[in-house]
Design a protein around this ligand. Structure first.
Ligand code: TPP
Ligand code: MG
Length: 578
């Protein structure tokens, strides 16, 4: 059933919880009913005996929630992650215990690192034997303990009567403060137990009160700043309008690298790329960091006492992790920035437009990228020329991906999905499938290296089975090219574990029934993308044969320009490459 025809459950921001009168149902039915009540209209899942009652409940609710089954649990979890990143709303996946959970663990780790609201429903062995090491099917020692290391909020559902409330609490945890994944386990014999269940309505989210003194202190610092800068991470995703307004008021360049990209439209001259922000860093006097860990600036670029750092973060522990900031603002970015915008005019200096200066600086960097990363830039230009403004680009840990973080223009938030600090190879294709499934209204393009694509290429079967019209590009250099180049340059060409035996990707995709073609030039890629974006019921795979590409790392691992040189043990002065 098309998404638009599904009844939409409301997700009020703050409303006193209200429950329906109790009716007989199983734990599984209560859980599914509760998911639906929280607006979950799809679940990404792979079945197995411990969860049979859950899948039966999903069958009975199939007019309200679609079950999208994948070919490996990592596919299910990455799809839920992609759906969450593309929509900004909670999403769910379900897996069997033990190997099912562990197969999904890299995606769950990534969801945690990306603060993505993903709910894992995980099966369990019979309740009375949990923790006894008896050797039940899929038994995993201290499964709850392992889950608790992967997510901040987890629980085991003990009875049908408590299931709905536990779902509501997990949903609240995923959506309040620093967002993130949650997990609920349920034992094989508990899913089927029946009871009188009152479904719990969504719980109100509690927002911390805005600290008015901190707002005034931040407004004062920013208003007096000669060279302010705004740095955005994923925590600013829902505050693009406010970031744009504040940037204009302050004439402050805005950096979004990876997850902050697109918050300020790349066509705005004040929207700066990573190397340009680095170029401006030494003279920056006040930085407003919104929803970002600011790790690169602390560990690579340097911070000293002449730089006033203002941190805005949903997590009260975050601002002080590395160095106490001048001002800490705790809470949701949108409301806090709106207060800041209201308070700023009282202190704000009269400012000249910096647009022409920034345009000129951008032009210089664009030329440097074109010269130093010519092949990557040509492919990226072809993608940008065809991908509509609201189309979604899903990044990977590959040559085109690294360059895109620097040189791919992004126009809107949530249209550039990049894996954040995990930078885990192989996340992209299945994540993009989830994004395309949750956003059937826009084209989604997944870029991959030949190495990364093969991590989840089996999920082409899922795309066919569920008619997901994702467009996938595989840049094939026959190698773990990034590793290969490092071995060539830094290890005297002692090449090991980096050359790959690949399938013929066109024939491979064709064998699934997907549309498949090969594009040998940027112009051919454009034509192939045009054809792909018109297909709305089957996936497309475009193989692009490429050779070795120039290194992007000198643009990313920029040196320290302020403060004392302090090397992080084990990382070297430049920091790590993925
Ligand atoms: C989960 C994980 N395993 C290993 C790596 C290390 N790694 C980074 S890039 C890379 C090679 C990527 O190869 P490919 O996808 O073909 O892209 P290319 O560099 O050839 O463009 C590897 C193995 C990683 N980042 N993540
Ligand atoms: Mg490769």
């Amino acid at each position: 059933m098309p998404k638009s025809k599904l009844p939409k459950a409301k997700q009020p921001k703050s409303r006193p919880p209200k429950s329906d009168p109790p009716v007989p149902m199983t734990t599984a039915e209560a859980t599914v009913g509760s998911l639906v009540g929280h607006g979950i209209d799809a679940i990404y899942a792979l079945p197995g005996v411990q969860n049979d009652h859950l899948f039966d409940a999903l069958f009975k609710a199939s007019n309200r929630i679609r079950t999208v089954h994948t070919r490996h649990e990592q596919g299910a979890a990455y799809m839920a992650l992609g759906a969450a990143l593309a929509t900004g709303k909670p999403q769910a996946f379900a897996v069997v215990p033990g190997p099912g959970l562990l197969n999904s663990a890299a995606a769950l780790l990534t969801a945690y690192s990306m603060n993505a609201p993903v709910l894992a429903l995980v099966g369990q062995i019979p309740e009375r034997d949990i923790g006894r090491d008896l050797g039940h099917l899929h038994e995993l020692r201290d499964q709850a303990g392992i889950i608790a290391r992967l997510v901040d909020h987890s629980a085991r559902i003990p009875t049908p009567e408590t299931a709905s409330r536990l779902v509501a609490q997990a949903m609240r945890a995923m959506r309040s403060g620093r967002r993130g994944p949650a997990a609920l386990e349920c034992a094989i014999d508990v899913w089927g137990k029946a009871g009188a269940v009152a479904l719990q309505a969504p719980l109100a989210l509690s927002e911390p009160a805005i600290d008015e003194d901190a707002i005034l202190a931040a407004a004062k610092r920013l208003g007096a700043a000669r060279n302010p800068m705004i740095i955005c991470g994923a925590g600013a995703q829902d505050a693009a309008r406010e970031v744009t307004e504040l940037s204009g008021m302050l004439q402050a360049p805005v950096l979004g690298y990876r997850r902050g990209r697109g918050l300020l439209d790349s066509r705005d001259p004040l929207s700066v790329t990573l190397p340009l922000a680095h170029e401006l860093w030494a003279k920056t006097d006040v930085v407003l960091a919104v929803g970002t860990r600011l790790l690169m600036q602390h560990r690579q670029w340097g911070i000293d006492d002449d730089l006033a750092v203002i941190r805005l973060d949903a997590d009260p522990d975050e601002p002080n992790r590395l160095r106490p900031p001048a001002v800490a603002l705790i809470g949701d970015a949108g409301p806090i920035l709106r207060r800041l915008i209201a308070a700023l005019p009282a202190d704000n200096l009269k400012r000249r437009s910096r647009k022409s200066e920034m345009s000129q600086r951008q032009g210089v960097w664009r030329q440097r990228f074109e010269e130093a990363l010519a092949p990557q830039v040509a492919w990226l230009d072809a993608i940008r020329a065809e991908l509509p403004e609201d189309g979604i680009y899903v990044d990977e840990v590959t040559q085109i991906g690294f360059a895109s973080r620097l040189a791919f223009p992004v126009y809107r938030p949530r249209t550039f999905l990049s894996p954040g600090y995990q930078d885990n190879l192989g996340w992209g294709f299945a994540t993009a499938l989830g994004a395309q499934h949750a956003r059937p209204d826009v084209p989604v393009v997944s870029i991959n290296g030949d190495g990364g694509f093969m991590f989840t290429a089996n999920e082409l079967a899922t795309a066919m089975r569920h008619r997901i019209p994702l467009t996938t590009i595989v840049f094939n250099d026959g190698a773990f090219g990034n590793v290969r180049r490092i071995q060539e340059i830094q290890y005297g060409k002692r090449l090991i574990a980096c050359d790959l035996a690949d399938p013929d990707f066109v024939r491979f995709a064709d064998s699934f029934g997907a549309a498949a073609e090969r594009a040998k030039s940027p112009a051919a890629l454009r034509a192939a993308l045009r054809r792909a974006f018109k297909r709305r019921d089957i996936p497309t795979v475009i193989e692009v044969p490429v050779g070795p590409m120039p290194s992007p790392w000198k643009f990313i691992l920029a040196p320290r320009v302020r403060g004392e040189a302090r090397e992080t043990p084990g990382l070297g002065p430049a920091g790590p490459t993925p």
